[in-house]
Design a protein around this ligand. Sequence first.
Ligand code: SAM
Ligand code: GLN
Length: 290
Amino acid sequence: MTAIDTRTQARNLLAEASAIFTRNGIDSPELDAELLLAAAAGVDRTRLLAGCWSADRECVRRFHLLVERRAAREPIAYIVGRKEFYGLDFEVGPTVLIPRPETELLVDCALKILRARPGSRVLDIGTGSGAIAVAIAVHAPDAEVTATDLSAAALELAARNVRHHGCGLRINLFVGDLFAALPCSHQKYDLIVSNPPYVREEDIAQLDPEVARYEPQMALSGGKDGLDFYRRLAAEAASYLRPRGEVIVEVGAGQAAEVAGLLEAGGCRAVETLRDLAGHERAVRARLAH
Ligand code: SAM
Ligand code: GLN
């Protein structure tokens, strides 16, 4: 088949898939169709659009299966098994939350703090895919990072991302509930970061089907009022911080003031509320009070 034939065939396949996605309420039908056709063809999107691939029958069959999954609102990242975060490529799958671009703000803030504290120890609680821990380790090469998660399956995937980015010697992974995951030697940290589950239980069903049906409940549910995880983290964080140690936690809409209050009650002094590019309060930064 010539490149022109391939482009015509691609146009037809893409038009058919986009129409299905539009009928199923998907926001970016054309882009999603292109990403899935590229995945089925085993090429990147640029090569796909240039016609530098061939659509044999097997490729078309693969594409139709991927389209069916996306039409059922499975997230693209789970279908292709990858997601970019902080300019780095991560493996993702149904055992972990898909890292969100908003969470890059937490990494920006962490790196700013670490530049002023060389050789720091960092703790990432609820690391999921390992996105935050890896982004910090890659960009702060003198930091020593510990990352934990209650989900053993998530940590297995995080371990692959850690190896993929060559951070195996600088990121330690531990499975378990909050601070109980840590080995009993009472290590203290310069910085604790966390993007915890913070969605109110009753709100989960109203989230987009991509989130509500496919992402792990354990990564989303912050209990009745969404604040369960912060309550527990704030009560213990101070005893795991070195002098002038800091905490940065991502928060959901409308949670910043309450989370700052919890951290203050736990012995920290709230320093700053960070806003994302859309102007929404997105993270709270606090420092050990003494
Ligand atoms: N840090 C990742 C990110 O930003 O993409 C994942 C964040 S996800 C919102 C929250 C993570 O916390 C999930 O991986 C979940 O398994 C983990 N988690 C939930 N409860 C936990 C607990 N009690 N102790 C430790 N981790 C927990
Ligand atoms: N930001 C996620 C969402 O869009 C929630 C993740 C979390 O609970 N930390 O639903």
